[in-house]
Design a protein around this ligand. Structure first.
Ligand code: XMP
Length: 327
C-alpha cells in the first residue's frame, strides 16, 4: 500500500443511500479510468469488504474482473455456497471457486499450536491464490478490500485484507476502491449495491475462520461439530431478534471429552461452548445477557442435532480476562 494515504478532509461520512449512490458513481468512473481495458484479480472471501469491492468492480468493468474464492474448509455453514450464488449465478461475474478443503485440512492434521495453525492457514491461502493467479493470463491489477482502519492501524496490513506475500514476479498494480471508508460506510455502500443482508451485516469472522474455534489439532469430525453448532446458534439468534443486537457470537469446540448419557447409554463426547459478546473496538468486551430459556433451547438443539456432542456451556468471561476467540 502506498505510504499510508489520508482520507480527504472534504470527504463526507457516507450514512445514507443517496450518499452511497454518489460514492458508487464516483468509484465506477475512477475504476474505469484506472483499469481501462485491463484485467483485475480479487481474492473474494465473501466478507463485506471484499464483496463490496467485487460488486463495485463488476459494475465498473464487468468481466474484466476475475474473482477467486478459496474454500479452505474453515468457513461457516453456507458461506461458500452464498458466494457462488451471489457472484456467479446472480451477478454473472467471472468467479473461480477453488475447493481446497482437503488440502488445508491435511496440512493442519495433528497441528495443535495456535500460531502454527494460523501460519499454515495464511501461508497455504497465499499458495493456492498464487497457483490460480499463475493459470490466468494478462492480469495487470490486484484489487483489495483494504478499509480505512487498516491504514490507520498502519504497519503491516491485516492478513485477511492482504494477499501481500505473493512472489515478487507478480507485478500487480493495486486497486483499493474502499480504502478511505470505515466499516459502517462499507455496509451502507454494500446495501446500496444490492448485496444480501447476510453479507452486508455479517459479524466479524477471523481470517483463519472456524480453525481458531476448533481448539487444538483440527479433525474433520470436531470441525463439523463447530460448523453445525454455529449454524444452530446463528439461526436461533436470528429467530429471537438478537442478530443485530449482539456484536459477535459463535461456538467453540475444545479438544476434550467428558462423560454423559445419550439414548439411555453412557456417552463420551465433546462439549460445545457458546460465546456471545458486545464490544466497541474488540479491545475489551462484555458478555451478552442471553435469556436463560433461549440458552436452554439452544442447548437442547445442539445436543440432539450435532453428532459427538453431549454438553453445552456458556462462556461468562469478559475481555479481559478472556479474549473473544479461544485461540
Ligand atoms: P480476540 O480473540 O483477540 O479477537 O479478542 C478480537 C477480534 O478479532 C477477531 N480475530 C481475528 N480476525 N484474523 C482476523 O482477521 C485473526 O487471526 C483473528 N483472531 C481474532 C476476533 O474474531 C474478534 O472479533
Amino acid at each position: 500500500m502506498a505510504n499510508n494515504p489520508k482520507r480527504p478532509e472534504s470527504m463526507e461520512r457516507i450514512t445514507t443511500q443517496a450518499l452511497a449512490e454518489e460514492f458508487i458513481e464516483e468509484q465506477i468512473a475512477a475504476l474505469r479510468a484506472q483499469i481501462g481495458d485491463g484485467k483485475v484479480l480479487l481474492a473474494l472471501s465473501g466478507g463485506v469488504d471484499s464483496s463490496v469491492v467485487a460488486a463495485l468492480l463488476i459494475k465498473a468493468v464487468g468481466k474484466q474482473l476475475v474473482s477467486v474464492h478459496v474454500n479452505h474448509g474453515l468457513l461457516r455453514k453456507g458461506e461458500a455456497e452464498q458466494v457462488v450464488r451471489v457472484f456467479r449465478d446472480e451477478l454473472k461475474s467471472n468467479l473461480i471457486y477453488v475447493d481446497a478443503q482437503d488440502r488445508f485440512l491435511d496440512k493442519l492434521a495433528g497441528v495443535a499450536d495456535p500460531e502454527t495453525k494460523r501460519k499454515i492457514i495464511g501461508g497455504e491461502f497465499i499458495r493456492v491464490f498464487e497457483e490460480e493467479a499463475r493459470k490466468l493470463e494478462g492480469i495487470k491489477f490486484l484489487a483489495q478490500g483494504t478499509i480505512y482502519p487498516d491504514i490507520l492501524e498502519s504497519g503491516p496490513v491485516k492478513a485477511h485484507h492482504n494477499v501481500g506475500g505473493l512472489p515478487d514476479d507478480f507485478d500487480f498494480e493495486l486497486v483499493e476502491p474502499i480504502k478511505f471508508l470505515f466499516k459502517d460506510e462499507v455496509r451502507v455502500v454494500g446495501k446500496a449495491l444490492g448485496l444480501p443482508d447476510g453479507m452486508v451485516f455479517r459479524q466479524p469472522f477471523p481470517g483463519p475462520g472456524l480453525g481458531v474455534r476448533c481448539v487444538g489439532a483440527i479433525t474433520r469430525e470436531r470441525l463439523a461439530a463447530v460448523r453445525e453448532s454455529d449454524a444452530i446458534l446463528r439461526e436461533e439468534f436470528a429467530k429471537n431478534g438478537l442478530e443485530g443486537k449482539v456484536w459477535q457470537y459463535f461456538t467453540i469446540v475444545p479438544d476434550f471429552k467428558s462423560t454423559g448419557v445419550k439414548d439411555g447409554k453412557r456417552s463420551f463426547d465433546w462439549p460445545v461452548v457458546i460465546r456471545a459478546v458486545n464490544t466497541r473496538d474488540a479491545m475489551t468486551a462484555t458478555v451478552e445477557d442471553i435469556p436463560f430459556d433461549l440458552l436452554q433451547h439452544i442447548t437442547k438443539r445442539i445436543t440432539s442435532e450435532v453428532p459427538g456432542v453431549n454438553r453445552v456451556l456458556y462462556d461468562l468471561t469478559p475481555k479481559p480476562t478472556g479474549t473473544i476467540e479461544w485461540e
